[in-house]
Design a protein around this ligand. Structure first.
Ligand code: ADP
Length: 323
């Protein structure tokens, strides 16, 4: 390798900057040149490349979001769009590309790899849905922000004998809801991988009220099929028999932003460096990851179309501990 490019793609995640810094400086340490691509795959199509030097990635390790910008780019999923991207990569003499992004972005990496371009993926998404990696960059920060919100809601819930329904982000993956629900001592956790129907949630809240609880928290992942609407409707009908008042808080994008946690900064640094190590060893067409505390590399063709399985035993643990 002599010249590589790095981009951040898809939903932004706290820690992406630490990954860009690690990729850039690890590559410079190899004696390579580094180019940053603006706005993910859209920048490959728009020919938005710029050289990155060590100072260009200074002072960004503690910043959320991504200095390179991110975007969604449907044209890249089409062969014609990728042909244009490949032409721009060739015109700049780029030997390999590092893609920092989530599930969709790594499907894009897999397409490039299939078409013969050397690419290494770095898992970065608050959803934490990537196969071949335990925890993606950004997930820890998102859980901590969610948890802080849950802790704050709990104090107001206690004061008013209320139940709070907290909807978390995460697309089709319940990881944030599960971890924040466990960490926040939720009465009910509803995730796509382990659905709880509205009547069951209502029953558990009713039982919690009868046991003398001063508050109750229900954490629902945005991707749960029996989402917050079904519960609110049922609650409207059964409010009198349940006991608690119910209020809804949708956390939305707020959990994506802000200062990356220590865990995300260290993870992003290690995975960014691992991506460059992989390229230095001429191993590409892979997603670098951290599994059971070890750096791993999984073929992009193997991860495409798959999702990291949830630890549903934790849902049951939360139910038992909500006594
Ligand atoms: P994330 O990476 O956070 O999951 P998206 O799912 O929005 O975000 O994907 C980001 C971008 O990756 C898309 O806008 C598109 O450019 C590219 N992409 C997604 N799926 C594919 C695919 N199957 N083939 C090629 N590119 C894809």
């Amino acid at each position: 390798m002599k010249r590589i490019a790095v981009l951040t793609s898809g939903g932004d995640a706290s820690g992406m900057n630490a990954a860009v810094r690690a990729v850039t400086r690890s590559a410079l340490a190899q004696g390579w040149e580094v180019f940053g691509v603006r706005n993910g795959y859209a920048g490959l199509l728009a020919d938005a490349f710029e050289p990155l030097a060590a100072r260009d990635v200074g002072g960004i390790i503690q910043r959320g979001g991504t200095i390179l910008g991110s975007a969604r780019c449907p044209q890249f999923a089409e062969p014609a769009g990728r042909a244009q991207a490949l032409a721009h990569l060739a015109a700049h003499g780029i030997d390999a590309l590092v893609v920092v992004g989530g599930n969709g972005s790594q499907s894009g990496s897999a397409s490039l790899a299939r078409e013969g371009f050397p690419v290494v993926g770095v898992p970065s998404t608050i959803d934490n849905d990537l196969y071949g990696n335990d925890v993606s960059i950004g997930a820890d920060t998102a859980i901590n922000v969610t948890l802080e919100a849950i802790d704050r809601l709990r104090t107001t819930a206690s004061s008013h004998h209320r139940a709070f329904l907290v909807e978390t982000m995460g697309r089709n993956c319940g990881y944030i809801a599960l971890m924040a629900g466990i960490g926040g001592g939720a009465e009910v956790i509803a995730i796509p991988e382990s659905e709880v129907e509205a009547p069951e949630v209502a029953e558990r809240l009713r039982a919690a009220y009868r046991r003398g609880k001063s508050h109750a928290l229900v954490v629902v992942a945005e991707g749960a099929k029996h989402g917050v609407q079904a519960l609110l409707k049922l609650y409207g009908e059964q409010r009198a028999s349940i006991g608690f008042d119910l209020r809804l808080t949708r956390l939305g994008h707020v959990v994506r932003g802000g200062v990356p946690s220590a865990v995300d900064r260290v993870l992003a640094t290690r995975l960014g460096a691992a991506a460059v190590d992989s390229l230095a060893g001429n191993r590409h067409g892979v997603l670098v990851g951290m599994q059971r505390g070890e750096i791993t590399a999984t073929s992009l063709s193997e991860i495409t179309g798959r999702m990291r399985p949830a630890d549903t035993a934790l849902v049951e643990l939360a139910r038992v501990l909500a006594m």
